[in-house]
Write a new protein. Structure first.
Length: 67
């Protein structure tokens, strides 16, 4: 099915970490197909995927060190 969509409208990954979607701010996924190879590859990102579908936006608070 992905072969029928223009390449610029696809984001394809083999797997995703649980935090990957939260930190993809520079990538605009609106009106794109997000494809993860298999369910196992997306299992760690399942919560973020669910939120993205229902809320349409992801926000995360995190800590970090200043250099």
């Amino acid at each position: 099915m992905l072969d029928f969509m223009p390449e610029e409208q696809r984001e394809q990954y083999s797997a995703m970490t649980g935090q990957a979607l939260f930190y993809m701010g520079q990538k605009d996924l609106k009106h794109k197909i997000l494809a993860v190879a298999e369910e196992e590859g997306a299992s760690r990102a399942a919560y973020a995927l669910k939120l993205l579908q229902s809320e349409g936006v992801l926000k995360i608070a995190s800590t970090g060190k200043d250099r």
